[in-house]
Design a protein. Structure first.
Lengths: 163, 775
């Protein structure tokens, strides 16, 4: 039976086993490969997407459970890369290999959506489930703070220099 | 039901007699002279067919890139409209090789960086080594980039001078055009292309390289080319490669190294919707090299179906000689092994005589466990076997090793293996070993379809080429003032050499040459010994390799000696280093491995080591900061990959024994630095990687089976476990470019354990730290 959801603002329908994780539906069925596979057991956060604005681990989410829900992936975060986090990530050159970064950005975006001025502790709480084997954590923290300053009106480089 | 066994009739490997050649390739010095096409351009060939791999859906039949009209070097081509095409022949795994080398070429060429197109090169020996391993991309290929850029720029300048009828000295290239110094007229490279392409290629001595003050990119912060795609979720990693009509495969590999399939029942697996077939993969033949482990593959339409199907396989495995392998026994064995004399790998003076007359002696044993690389992207490869050739798309650090390994497995010439390199979701050495590509190729041949082999995280953790386990014994003698007069350093570790030469129990030259035979201290009696240790797993190099455990032993021991003599590591090490000089290991019977580089070009300089140590002391306040009561500072300074690194780590240990790391200071002298921010980022990352090694990482075996399976039980540092601040300083230097990706790791591990000692009085001699109760 087909399962319908809203994916990055568009209605999509897939006909797959009910228990297939959303991660593999995105990657194998819908050709949306921005969401990454890192562990498959909810340990690394590489597969993080938003379900109705909440960050979820798509590797552990049976597709049937998102029927009728709004799903946002990295491809839908901002089609032009205009999200403050994406700009901050580039301003501070956060990525190394980049494989974990879609998950990092989605966790950070969910955090900023509900907390417009997170402390270091808030960031640590929200992001501790996102592993980065390359070790970009200190830049991730800085970039979240930078994005907040940008959302408050600074340009990326101003916000960076005023740090 | 279709079951195939493939590879049984494979011809014997040609490389058997070359034993460690492949291992050494990671570190060997290659002839990196630029391979200029002998004269005149217009070769009319395509630069590469790999451009499309960086688009999501890859169709091999459409894999043709725009032809270039002029190709003055294997690394450089021009299209008719003047577009500069630079080949990135090294792999991108986060170190920025794919950006930094092309940017050097572009700078020397005076090209407009924003308009340059960088293409990822196919695997091809014409590029020189593509093995992105051993921290040597800039070291080995920087000059080649300069020469290629200068050659083409010179030809454009000569073409413009010819056209204007002026002397070449009257014109100068500037960002994609040549400007006439007198008339200020200019001609673009596109306009000059037809003339330049017909000119004689200048001789090397005719090239005029830019001077550093003329650089527009080198020495500046240049972001990675793929950064935008990464933050957009559009970057294509190996995991994202797709070929129409491909099957997805997962392999159930033998649970014990060296075991093979006795029989299997695939009925339930084949009953899973979406599963199409199973294929038995034969066990590798010795030497292991980069062959598959063997097992049973399940192939089907989707990752999920195959995952489910694989769980339903019932396999009976043959016995393996490694069935009784236990890490607990191995630890005892290694720590016993180092109490007996081993093979002498360095000897100066007479340590035994010195010990007998020393005012005091001190000894200690250290242990570091097996580790797994665990790059965020597990191994994965797409391969298609068609018309006797293999085409593959894979995240590899070494596409030429892919060609060799796949060719050997399939019994075809290596030139019939076309290897497209995707972005790598981390490598750390794991992805220079292309066993996973061999699996995909064998399975494609067996099924007649393109196949994508996906490793789950469990596969990755259980079937790695592991970073080896080691035991070390240190003994030092001192005079009455605490001055060192003798040091015995014994190390036992199942060697990586065993992957290339079965049964090897002693380290290859590069393993011994990473720390064991090159103590730089001013001590009259030094002996290094390598004690034997058999392997029970396949082993391979991981970021910083043998330096990781050797530096842990050396710098923990130095800290112990400092404490014994009521001083601190920094003062004690500075005293022990002696006067600034270059160390001559040949006097001690050592032919220095030195990362395959001549010691004349990259001497072992105590002065440079002293400098980074002094600087990190100054920046961190080490020695002035108060330690104790759960707060402590630790330090280590170590030369590796020809770079000189010192780090100070601050730790806090709470009353439950939980360790946090508020600060790390790293000072790095890596010689000439090309892309400073990317260098800084590598040292930031190394501090986190080193934290994982020191605090958390441990792979262990019980009855031959690896006991860890995923990030829940093979932990790597999370955000809150990682250093909260990392301050990296790069020492300005005109020395030749040395290593960056790896040398940040070794210092971190002992700096952490030394800091823990300062904070708690507990000396951690067994890694990882989490095994020790600190309070
Ligand atoms: S892949 Fe989902 S948490 Fe790791
Ligand atoms: S950037 Fe490589 S895993 Fe995070």
């Amino acid at each position: 039976m087909a399962i319908t959801m809203t994916l990055n603002g568009k209605a999509v329908s897939v006909d797959v086993p009910q228990n297939m994780p959303l991660l593999w539906v995105l990657r194998d069925e819908l050709e949306m490969c921005g969401t990454k596979f890192g562990c498959g057991i909810g340990q690394c956060g590489a597969c993080t997407v938003h379900q109705d604005g909440q960050p979820i681990r798509s590797c552990l989410t049976p597709v049937a459970s998102v029927a009728g829900k709004k799903i946002t992936t990295i491809e839908g975060l901002s089609p032009e890369g205009a999200h403050a986090l994406q700009k901050a990530w580039m301003e501070l050159d956060v990525p190394q290999c980049g494989y974990c970064q879609a998950g990092q950005l989605m966790s950070a975006a969910a955090l900023l959506a509900k907390n417009s001025n997170p402390t270091d502790a808030d960031i640590e709480n929200a992001m501790d489930g996102n592993l980065c084997r390359c070790g970009t954590y200190i830049r991730i923290k800085k970039a979240v703070h930078l994005a907040v300053r940008m959302l408050n009106g600074s340009s990326p480089s101003e916000a960076n220099n005023n740090e | 039901m279709s079951n195939y066994t493939y590879g049984e009739s494979r011809p014997a490997l040609e490389r058997v007699s070359e034993t460690t050649r492949l291992a050494q390739e990671a570190y060997a010095n290659y002839d990196q002279s630029v391979q200029m096409l002998d004269r005149r351009g217009f070769v009319g060939t395509v630069l590469s067919a790999s451009a499309l791999v960086l688009g999501v859906a890859v169709n091999p039949s459409e894999a043709t890139a725009a032809p270039t009209t002029w190709q003055p070097s294997v690394y450089l081509g021009f299209e008719a409209d003047g577009t500069v095409v630079i080949m990135a022949h090294r792999s991108e795994m986060g170190t920025s090789s794919r950006t930094t080398l092309p940017m050097m070429l572009a700078d020397e060429l005076e090209a407009d960086w924003k308009k340059v197109r960088v293409e990822q090169a196919l695997g091809d020996e014409k590029y020189g080594s593509q093995n992105t391993d051993g921290s040597c991309s800039v070291r080995d290929f920087g000059m080649a980039m300069h020469k290629a850029g200068a050659t083409a720029r010179t030809m454009f300048e000569r073409a413009a001078a010819q056209k204007w009828g002026v002397q070449p000295g009257d014109v100068a290239a500037d960002q994609g055009k040549v400007v006439n110094g007198k008339t200020k007229k200019s001609l673009t490279y596109a306009e000059l292309l037809p003339i330049a392409a017909k000119m004689e290629v200048p001789k090397e001595h005719e090239l005029r390289m830019k001077t550093p003050d003329q650089y527009k990119l080198i020495g500046k912060k240049v972001p990675m080319l793929d950064e935008h795609n990464i933050v957009m979720g559009k970057a294509t990693f190996g995991m994202d490669a797709k070929v129409p009509g491909m099957l997805v495969a997962m392999v159930e590999r033998p649970p014990v190294y060296g075991s093979k399939v006795k029989s299997f029942d695939n009925t339930a697996a084949l009953a899973v919707k979406g599963v199409q077939k199973t294929v038995e993969l034969p066990m590798f033949k010795q030497p292991h090299l980069f062959q598959q482990l063997g097992g049973v593959a399940v192939l089907g339409d989707s990752t999920w179906a195959v995952m489910q199907g694989r769980k339903k396989l019932k396999i009976d495995w043959e016995k393996s000689p490694n069935d009784s392998y236990n890490s607990a026994d191995e630890k005892k064995f290694l720590l016993d092994s180092v109490l007996k004399p081993g093979k002498v790998v360095r000897n100066r003076g007479d340590v035994d005589a010195a010990f007998a007359t020393s005012a005091k002696t001190h000894e200690a044993n250290y242990y570091a466990p097996l580790l797994s690389h665990a790059p965020m992207e597990p191994p994965v490869a797409v391969a298609e076997f068609k018309n006797g050739k293999v085409e593959t798309w894979c995240p590899t650090q070494n596409p030429q090793a892919v060609q060799e390994a796949v060719a050997a497995a399939m019994g075809i010439p290596k030139t019939d293996v076309i290897c497209h390199v995707t972005l790598l979701g981390g490598g750390f050495g794991r992805k220079s070993k292309p066993d996973y590509v061999v699996e995909a190729a064998l399975l494609s041949k067996a099924t007649g379809k393109p196949v994508k082999v996906i490793w789950t995280r469990e596969d990755d953790i259980k079937f790695d080429y592991y970073h080896t386990v080691s035991g070390m014994h240190m003994k030092a003698g001192m005079d009455a003032n605490g001055k060192l007069n003798s040091w015995l350093f014994r190390s036992a570790f199942p060697p990586i050499a065993s992957t290339f030469a079965p049964g090897m129990q002693y380290g290859a030259e590069f393993e011994v040459g990473m720390g064991l035979n090159e103590l730089p201290y001013d001590i009259p009696n030094i002996r290094g010994e390598n004690c034997p240790a058999p392997n029970h797993l396949r082993l391979g190099w991981m970021r910083a390799v043998a330096h990781v455990y050797h530096a842990f032993g050396i710098h923990s021991f130095l800290d112990e000696l400092a404490v014994l003599n009521n001083t601190n590591y920094a003062d004690y090490m500075l005293k022990s280093l002696g006067p600034n000089r270059n160390i001559d290991l040949s006097k001690d019977g050592v032919k220095p491995w030195n990362n395959g580089q001549p010691i004349s070009k990259f001497p072992i300089s105590t002065g440079r080591l002293r400098r980074v140590l002094e600087q990190v002391v100054e920046q961190s306040g080490y020695g002035k900061q108060k330690s104790g009561n759960g707060r402590g500072f630790g330090i280590a300074a170590h030369r590796s990959f020809l770079s000189y690194i010192a780090s100070v780590v601050e730790v806090e240990v709470d009353k439950n024994g939980k360790v946090t790391i508020p600060n790390v200071w790293t000072v790095a002298d890596c010689g000439t630095v090309v892309n400073p921010d990317r260098v800084v980022s590598q040292f930031e990352g190394a501090a986190v990687f080193g934290t994982s090694v020191a605090m958390l990482g441990e792979i262990s075996a019980a009855n031959g089976r690896i006991q860890q399976s995923n990030f829940n039980d093979y932990q790597v540092a999370r955000l809150t476990e990682s250093p909260r601040n990392i301050q990296v300083s790069i020492v300005p230097s005109k020395e030749p470019a040395a290593g960056v990706g790896e040398p940040g790791v070794p210092v971190i591990v002992p700096a952490i354990t030394n800091a823990i000692f300062a904070a708690t009085g507990k000396r951690v001699r067994d890694l990882p730290v989490r095994r020790t109760k600190l309070v």
